[in-house]
Design a protein around this ligand. Structure first.
Ligand code: ATP
Ligand code: MG
Length: 523
């Protein structure tokens, strides 16, 4: 059988191979050879090696995957339906992955692909004025983003030698903060308080006050109600600040993985501007929800729970985030990233686990008190419990001169006022101190979304310090301040530029300001 096969397949010796046929065969072989050579010299683009694993279980925004032993920490894995997951727990042949999305096809037995990339986020000017999520998905109904660059969500914080001290003031436009708890470029100042005490308002007013300064702002909403975020976006649009702002949102219904990664991604977007020498302000609203999302993930990943069931590395996840905010040295362009993390407390307990952690990580805190809020002393900044560890260094010299010992005088007044409630008669000096203190408190009140310029603030504080308001009724102060603000606008331009350029005011300057104020208050 095999013999016959051989015979039929081989060329019969009776047919001689002529030269033409020989040449033909050689040519054909040559062509085949060169095709092989070519194929071997450059690998075909169609040939892609993918490592795939299998989902063993899934639930609560976490998937466990086996069969991908080479996965790196924080590598992106691709799930069915193009859902992205980030490898967090790497064990031998069992990876805990946080999912950034959801799809019905993600179930046990489905396959998962490695990508070899670390989780990244879009960066660039195209993000300004947009409402997006951490992966760059557009949430404002506008056109898709035109992105040509992505950067890792998690990045190293700048080295110590790359940082410069905080000394350029960042004006919030809020009298009580700029006077008593000044903030500087590159500082991390916590805004802490119970629910509905005006935390978001302080942060948003600070963003609004950056109008015209060229400061880039990022509002990062974590687990907020959709209506609350929509209100912030509306406020920013009305104040014409949206064009200079990126709103990065993850809502409470998003997968905990996405909520966890969002502040890191928002910081990367901010760093892109900072590294070009620009000044950036980022607001995290709020980090307690971020901590809760991380607790949920950690418990699902079966990591050991610690105090309040938070995992042991909860301090690290927040310090890693906030260390990225800083003032860069001149050699690196001198850009800065200032952070205003917000944290909600329960029943005024600042010594709960997460708030104390954040107090120790940041360079100070603005404490908003529900008691003051109820009394209508808005913004409800409790000056006794608030502090800025950078202090007067981040205040303009002219401002420092009026704010000087306002803080001390004010806290003495508060003490005296409490004491005065029990005393029947007070000596004239104490009575005068109380009268003055009440006027200071009235002047520190400020409505929402009405930031004041530095010169307006200085004028109002100077007026109260000089006792120009002493003869007025408390309820007349609001109008007097309005008149001052309006008149300053057109009469004190040279003084305003002098103050803003960081110059010290001479005695003559102060005298002319006081004369001007006396004139207006008399009217
Ligand atoms: P939540 O805990 O819900 O996030 P929050 O602490 O962020 O609340 P906001 O939403 O900023 O508080 O403010 C609560 C309410 O107080 C809002 O209705 C806001 O308009 C009002 N409010 C805040 N600051 C002032 C102010 N300075 N003057 C008048 N109203 C204010
Ligand atoms: Mg809020």
């Amino acid at each position: 059988m095999s013999d016959t096969n051989l015979e039929t397949n081989s060329l019969a010796p009776s047919e001689p191979i002529n030269d033409d046929l020989k040449l033909n065969i050689q040519q054909t072989l040559g062509q085949v050879g060169s095709v092989y050579d070519e194929a071997l010299s450059k690998p075909s683009p169609d040939l892609i090696l993918t490592e795939t694993g299998i989902i063993t279980s899934v639930g609560g925004g976490i998937a466990r995957v086996e069969g991908l032993p080479k996965t790196q920490a924080e590598e992106i894995l691709l799930f069915p339906g193009n859902v992205v997951g980030i490898a967090l727990n790497l064990e031998e042949d069992d990876i805990g992955v946080i999912l950034l999305g959801d799809d019905p096809l993600i179930k046990a037995g489905a396959s998962v692909k490695r990508t070899g990339h670390i989780a990244d986020t879009p960066v660039g000017d195209a993000l300004l004025g947009r409402v997006i999520d951490a992966t760059g998905k557009v949430l404002d109904g506008g056109a898709p983003l035109k992105i040509n660059k992505r950067m890792p969500m998690e990045r190293e914080a700048p080295e110590i030698m790359d940082r410069a001290p905080v000394k350029v003031p960042l004006q919030t436009g809020i009298k009580s903060i700029d006077a008593l708890i000044p903030i500087g470029h590159g500082q991390r100042e916590l805004i802490v308080g119970d629910r509905q005490t005006g935390k978001t308002s302080v942060a948003v007013d600070t963003i609004i006050n950056q109008c015209g300064t060229g400061m880039i702002c990022i509002y990062c909403a974590i687990g907020q109600r959709g209506t609350a975020v929509a209100r912030v976006v509306e406020t920013l649009r009305d104040a014409e600040m949206l064009e200079q702002t990126i709103v990065v949102v993850t809502s409470g219904e998003d997968q905990p993985g996405l909520q966890y990664m969002t502040p890191y991604a928002a910081t990367t977007m901010a760093e892109w501007f900072r590294d070009q020498g620009k000044h950036v302000l980022i607001v995290y609203d709020d980090l307690i929800r971020h901590a809760r999302a991380y607790r949920e993930l950690s418990l699902l990943l079966r990591r050991a729970p610690g105090r309040e069931a938070f995992p042991g590395d909860i301090f690290y996840i927040h310090s890693r985030l906030l260390e990225r905010s800083t003032q860069l040295s001149e050699a690196l362009g001198g850009g800065s990233l200032t952070a205003l993390p917000i944290i909600e407390t329960q029943a005024e307990d600042i010594s709960a686990y997460i708030p104390t952690n954040l107090v120790s990580i940041t360079d100070g805190q603005i404490y908003l008190s529900p008691g003051l809020f109820r009394k209508g002393l808005l913004p409800a900044v409790d000056t006794g419990k608030s502090v800025s560890r950078v202090g007067g260094k981040a205040q303009l010299p002219a401002y420092r001169a009026v704010a000087g010992d306002l803080r001390l005088a004010y806290s003495q007044f508060e003490e005296l006022e409490t004491f005065a409630r029990f005393a029947t008669r007070l000596d004239a000096e104490s009575q005068a101190a109380i009268n003055r203190g009440r006027r200071v408190r009235e002047v520190l009140k400020q409505a929402e979304h009405q930031p004041l310029t530095v010169i307006q603030q200085i004028a109002m504080l100077k007026a109260v310090n000089e006792g120009l308001f002493d003869e007025l009724e408390l309820k007349q102060l609001l109008e007097a301040q309005k008149n001052i603000a309006n008149a300053l606008e057109d009469q004190m331009k040279p003084l305003a530029t002098k103050v803003e350029s960081g110059e010290k005011l001479t005695d003559d300057d102060w005298q002319s300001l006081v004369d001007f104020l006396t004139e207006i208050i008399k009217k």
